[in-house]
Design a protein around this ligand. Structure first.
Ligand SMILES: [Zn+2]
Length: 117
């Protein structure tokens, strides 16, 4: 790919990155839990248990942390997670283009050295 093309693509991708909203780590899981009380309905076989509970799982300093999210906030949290995923895809593309640029940069120098010999 031509140097100018790479520069142009990099600018576009970085602009896209700039326009992404709030990014958050982790994922949301929907869980049902049995409470452990002997006579509770949730102990019956076939019962999923209490819930649904929406749990945000995220890793902080290598520890898995959880946070309960209210049902009404689920969509916004999922959107924030999608923002982070989109951001990661863009960063990957940007770095790949950076690598192409650097390879080209290096080849140009090597070729020009050969020419001067
Ligand atoms: Zn129960």
């Amino acid at each position: 790919m031509h140097k100018k093309t790479i520069e142009h693509k990099l600018r576009k991708l970085k602009q896209e990155l700039f326009d992404i909203g709030i990014p958050i780590p982790g994922s949301i899981q929907i869980v049902y839990r049995r409470c452990g009380k002997k006579n509770c309905w949730c102990q019956q076989s076939g019962s999923k248990g209490h819930g649904p509970y929406y749990i945000w799982y995220k890793r902080e300093q290598r520890k898995l942390k959880t946070q309960l999210i209210s049902a009404e906030d689920i969509q916004i949290y999922q959107e924030w997670i999608k923002n982070r995923e989109a951001m990661e895809v863009l960063v990957k593309k940007i770095v790949e283009l950076g690598a192409l640029y650097a390879v080209d940069f290096n080849n140009t120098k090597i070729n020009s050295k050969k020419v001067h010999r």
